[in-house]
Design a protein around this ligand. Sequence first.
Ligand code: EPU
Length: 420
Amino acid sequence: MDSFLIEGGRPLRGEVTIGGSKNAVLPILAATLLTSDTCTLHRVPDLSDVRFMLKILESLGAEAEFKDGTVTVRAARIKGFGDYELIRKMRGSICILGPLLARCGEARVSLPGGCVIGTRPIDLHLKGLAALKAQITIDSGYIQAEARKLGGNTVFLGGRAGPTVLGTANVMMAATLAEGVTVIESAACEPEVGDLANFLVSMGARIQGIGSPTLTITGVKQLHGTEHEVIPDRIEACTFICAAAATRGEIIVHGSRPEHFAAVLDKLREAGVRVDRKAGTLRVSGPTRLKPADITTMPYAGFPTDVQAQFMALMCLAKGTSVITERIFESRFMHVAELMRLGADIAIEGPNAIVKGGKPLSGAPVMASDLRASAALVIAGLAARGSTQVHRIYHLDRGYERMEQKLRALGAKIDRVAGE
Ligand code: EPU
């Protein structure tokens, strides 16, 4: 397994361009199953999760090609059953359930397990599809869904922690081909859901209320091929901004959509980070003294859970106490123990992490546990004195395209060490 070897203490300086959004492109790739025509996607990031999703589509009978950031998929003929081993390995693959059911009238998908960040139930996905008149059974670890014809309905998709992103995606995709009108109440408003909705509209779907908590979908008989550019990855943008601030560097971020991460920018400014918007770019300057800031993760447009770990790494460097509250996933603090290996002072009390920041970090070997935890360890390693080896970076390769190359272009000393 590969690792990153980081020699910390160098301010990041230079320019970085943000790639396409992982969490937008995964459900959009699943949505290509809704038509037998060709769909072409641009600004597709080359990530292991994307490659995985393409393999899943191929195992269902689709033809897919990925070249220079452009993917073409043609699902001329597909079957409702794919390679279960592949589907089981990637949690995001649950979003093939809705499209398969709508297109084939049946779908069999392995039940995704929990993961390190929480139990990750899918009850809301199933509630939504059942409301569209699908018969759903769970058998030997598989979800079996059948519907001769899906029918529109009104369904409330809010759960304990608010709306569900992929649940909204699944039900919206299925509803595009259902008979009649579907209203999703408490729909997720994340920009990735909006991007999927815009993609579906460009395929001929009828969707109103995009970006709002109430989505109204009027079913159509069939969808057609289309061409679409995926939105930039707001989480990648926030990760680079936190890295620049943590190293007291100064970078220019190209190709991001700052309106998609206003809550993060607000907290960064509170922490003393200067962020100026100018002609489609962001200029970020890390202050000599960072200030502490409290955050609570929330559904969009609140502070995203996917930036909680990176922001915590930053707050380890701010003199004073910051309270980081995680409200979306119950155990998304796996990075805490690893940050403490670098010298951070953090205590976990239920959903709160109390960070007493300002003590200098020093390099150490650390273990990545999930995608965003890994990003936090890279940020801390870049800011720490001495060398940090981040093990198990396959997690990072799932969601960050050429991360070490982008960081090296900003002056970081970071190398990929091939694993034993
Ligand atoms: N939930 C339920 N029932 C469900 C579905 C979700 O109770 O049926 C709960 C979850 O347990 C959680 C909350 O609802 O407490 C929100 O989960 P959500 O369904 O929104 O998460 P997701 O759709 O499975 C996506 C992203 C995650 C991101 C979350 C929240 C993708 C592929 N994944 O997951 O991304 O953290 O939304 O914004 O889009 C990441 O990129 O690192 C990542 C984990």
